[in-house]
Design a protein around this ligand. Structure first.
Ligand code: ADP
Ligand code: ASP
Ligand code: MG
Length: 813
């Protein structure tokens, strides 16, 4: 004997029922079978709404009821040939009339008890099972319809009644022993109490009906036919790359379903596991798929985690107070109080200080629970031994489940590390001593992100997904996008990273696509589909999307953008900036950002602030981490100034050379930032700050070589005025003689300075060509000979590649 249960979606309409019939036809070729069916998908909800409306005195309940009736009548008409319809149509009519009578009663009395609700919803399963039985009979497949309510006996806890197994098991065994039929059809979900009053087994309870019947016989197998091809590693509605779990133990399935894997109703496992009945989850719409088998022993699971699940609408109630410490009986009283009101506790934590007990429960019970606990502890609250109970709502539980977790240390570390890095705050944690389940209470709004982060960590063998937002898609930003596009395949293959560019924006427009912007067409998409740029809105979107592994890249030179980093870091969103403004603004802001990055576990990376993609800041940090100390820095840090002084020989005008530097993309958008030395000041300040020093721009001496007259007015005025001062620049060149002119930044004894210097041929800074940068670090370990970093220090391509490098770094922690 085998038991097959078909869920609501499997019997939602005539087409689906035909698939069910096919599956049943195949099965009866080899064995006797019992088919348990749910109500047509959605009908239970409609019937509940209908009774609720009636109880509120709302006439709309009639429309709802009519909707339910029509669904059944239409299905019959589509399922059964006209000549054979009339008996079943009139049965449907009769049953619907009964429901109407009951609803009229509710409407008139404006009273709806749990008992009446059970009565109303029971029609859903009765109708569907009667219709399917009729269909089988019209196909000349003899099937015996059984009223489950006559076999399954429960207590009178309407809505979620508890089965009396001693009576039920015997009734079932006797019934089937006495019947010679080979195919039976039963409504799921419904039962009756000892007085014959209809009860139900809880939402999703048809699975349970099937398990009760299977265990009572006992059946050879139980098959739960639904709309997915098995139990998955996570809820497929929340995670894109879920995998089917081929086999799973009863305990694991129980934990997963208890913590939200809706595919199986949790009480289902107990009867089948007690009899060791293998239970399959199969897909009605893909019967050829293997599905999942739930059984006692599973072959070795190489992964320590079997699945991840979540439950929303959780409330956390905390009982706290110094009066609880060391005094036995507090928790007993707490749980007794909850038990009296039949409140189910989902999770419990108690700190070892015994100063607080925290219980997680369905949020709908929270107010009643608070009232009853406050009442139970009224004396202690009044005498201030404990505080009034606190209630937090809008919470959810995420749980990792796996029998193998027991033998694998470090799983909770990985779990909480990943949640933390993604800004998911954990409110409470529970792990049973079976080590089969680790549960964390988090905010509801973080559930999707948390489940995806954990799924990626524990199951994603293919790749990790980075969700990137880019502000500024001009010269450098455009190159960055091109590099990402070019490297996509390499990153996937070699680093298992998928960069999803979710948002881009320039000064005019911004564009978001959760599934990732097609980087081959970003320009057209931004123009055609982008909305007007609003930086604050851009940041708010990033926050509200609440995506995992989120990175924001600031490829602008904009002050306003630099002020937004704190809002991002606070949400654990990493910030990668080639924009120097944040790090070179006040020390207080720089420090604040560094602290936020530490506090919220988000990366704040700005390697390109100094020397484009040269590994200057990274090296400096590595030296410090290794216990070294930076004593002196000497550097040529302006690609522009180096280019200009390397190329200026008094033949072409100074202004012409500067123009060339600008057109080749080495300068800041306003070249005066470079020429004035201000840009170099910023860079040396950033290095000095990174080396652990507190300094501001005004602390840096700038021995500028630019005539002040050149620095006023527009950029064009600046070029004009440089032409007028050509003699001044030529004189600088002549004065240098055989030495080279270099604009040098220095840091020594806590003081920073920048200025033009004559460099002789013996000096480390002498052989520096084109737009190259050089940095010399003199440290406790590099005393005589400095650590030298040298190479191209400007240009859109190298800057973009430095930003790219930081993005990869931010995402690989
Ligand atoms: P039925 O109507 O057949 O009883 P349910 O809707 O109760 O079906 O359960 C099946 C649904 O459970 C799937 O469509 C899926 O969206 C959801 N689900 C949630 N978590 C999981 C999981 N871990 N594995 C498979 N399905 C899951
Ligand atoms: N029809 C019931 C429900 O929707 C039982 C079930 O489908 O399992 O909850
Ligand atoms: Mg179900």
């Amino acid at each position: 004997m085998q038991v097959l249960k078909f869920g609501g979606s499997s019997v939602a309409n005539a087409a689906n029922i035909n698939k069910v019939i096919e599956i049943v036809k195949e099965k009866i070729k080899t064995d006797k079978i019992i088919v348990v069916v749910s109500a047509f998908g959605g009908i239970t909800d409609i019937l509940l709404q209908c009774s609720q409306l009636a109880a509120e005195g709302n006439e709309a309940h009639k429309k709802k009821l009519h909707e339910a009736e029509l669904r059944h009548l239409t299905t019959v008409k589509e399922l059964i040939t006209i000549t054979q319809q009339s008996a079943v149509l009139s049965l449907v009519k009769t049953l619907c009339n009964e429901m109407e009578d009951i609803c009229t009663g509710i409407f008139l009395l404006k009273e709806l008890s749990e008992r009446t609700k059970d009565r109303i919803v029971s029609y859903g399963e009765i109708l569907s099972s009667k219709i399917i039985a009729a269909k089988l009979n019209t196909e000349a497949i003899t099937c015996e319809w059984i009223n489950s309510a006559e076999l399954i006996v429960t207590n009178a806890n309407y809505g979620s009644a508890a089965v009396d197994f001693s009576i039920t098991d015997k009734k079932i065994a006797d019934y089937f022993a006495a019947s010679t039929s080979t195919l039976f059809l039963m409504p799921g979900f419904i039962a009756s109490d000892i007085n014959g009053v209809t009860t139900t087994l809880g939402r999703g309870g048809s699975d349970y009906t099937a398990a009760i019947v299977a265990a009572a016989l006992p059946a050879k197998v139980l098959e739960i036919w639904t709309d997915v091809s098995g139990m998955m590693t996570a809820d497929p509605r929340l995670v894109a790359n879920v995998k089917i779990i081929p086999e799973i133990s009863y305990q694991e399935a129980m934990e997963l379903s208890h913590f939200g894997a809706k595919v199986i109703y949790p009480p289902t496992i107990q009867p089948v596991s007690s009899k060791g009945i293998p239970t399959w989850i199969k897909n009605t719409f893909a019967p050829q798929d293997n599905g999942t088998v739930i059984q006692k022993e599973t072959s070795n699971n190489t992964n320590s985690i079997r699945g991840i699940s979540s439950i929303n609408s959780i409330a956390l109630l905390s009982l706290e107070g110094s009066g609880m410490i060391g005094i036995p009986g507090f928790s007993k009283r707490l749980f007794e109080a909850l038990a009296v009101k039949k409140i189910n506790v989902i999770l419990i934590t108690q700190s070892s200080s015994e100063h607080s007990i925290c219980v997680g429960m369905d949020a709908s019970n929270a107010d009643v629970a608070k009232a009853i606990i406050d009442e139970a502890f009224a004396y202690e609250i009044e005498t201030k031994k404990v505080d009034p109970i606190t209630v937090e709502k809008d919470l959810a539980i995420v749980a990792l489940v796996g029998d193998n977790m027991k033998s694998h240390p470090g799983i909770s570390g990985k779990m909480f590390g990943n949640l933390g890095r993604n800004g998911v705050n954990v409110r409470a944690i529970a792990q049973g001593s079976s080590e089969r389940n680790i549960s964390a209470v988090i905010c509801t709004q973080d559930v999707k992100k948390a489940i995806n982060v954990l799924h990626e960590e524990f199951f994603e063998t293919v790749y990790k997904e980075i969700n990137l937002f880019i502000a500024g898609v001009g010269n450098v930003g455009g190159k960055l996008v091109a590099q990402i596009l070019q490297q996509q395949q390499y990153l996937l293959k070699n680093l298992h990273l998928k960069i999803n560019v979710v948002g881009i924006g320039n000064s005019k427009k911004m564009l978001f696509k959760d599934e990732g912007i097609n980087l081959k067409q970003w320009k057209e998409l931004l123009i055609n589909e982008g909305e007007a740029m609003d930086m604050q809105l851009f940041i708010e979107r990033i926050q509200s999307k609440n995506l995992r592994n989120a990175v924001f890249a600031d490829v602008t030179a904009n002050e306003m953008v630099a002020t937004c980093y704190e809002q991002l870091l606070q949400k654990s969103i990493s910030v990668v900036a080639c924009n120097k403004i944040a790090c070179s603004s006040t020390y207080a802001y720089y420090k604040k950002l560094k602290n936020l990055s530490r506090e919220f576990n988000a990366q704040f990376l700005f390697e390109t602030n100094v020397g484009a993609s040269l590994p200057i800041i990274g090296t400096l940090n590595d030296l410090l981490r290794g216990g070294d100390k930076i004593n002196t820095i000497q550097a040529v840090l302006s690609g522009t100034l180096n280019f200009v002084f390397n190329n200026y020989d008094g033949k072409k005008s100074f202004a012409t050379i500067v123009r060339q530097a600008q057109s080749e993309g080495y300068t800041e958008p306003d070249p005066r930032l470079d020429l004035s030395g201000k840009d170099v000041m910023r860079k040396i300040m950033i290095l000095a700050r990174e080396a652990g020093n507190v300094l501001e721009m005004e602390d840096i001496a700038n021995n500028s070589f630019m005539p002040p007259a050149c620095m006023v007015g527009s950029v064009e005025d600046f070029y004009k005025s440089m032409e007028e001062h050509e003699a001044h620049f030529r004189q600088l060149f002549i004065d240098a003689g055989i030495n080279k002119l270099k604009f040098v930044a220095g840091f020594k004894n806590g003081k920073a300075s920048v200025g033009l210097q004559h460099i002789d041929s013996q000096h480390d800074l002498y052989h520096l060509y084109g737009k190259d940068n050089i940095v010399l670090f003199y440290t406790d370990r590099y005393v005589e000979q400095p650590l030298v970093i040298k190479g191209a220090g400007a240009g859109a391509d190298v800057t973009a590649s430095g930003v790219f490098g930081d993005i990869i770094k931010a995402s690989r922690v």
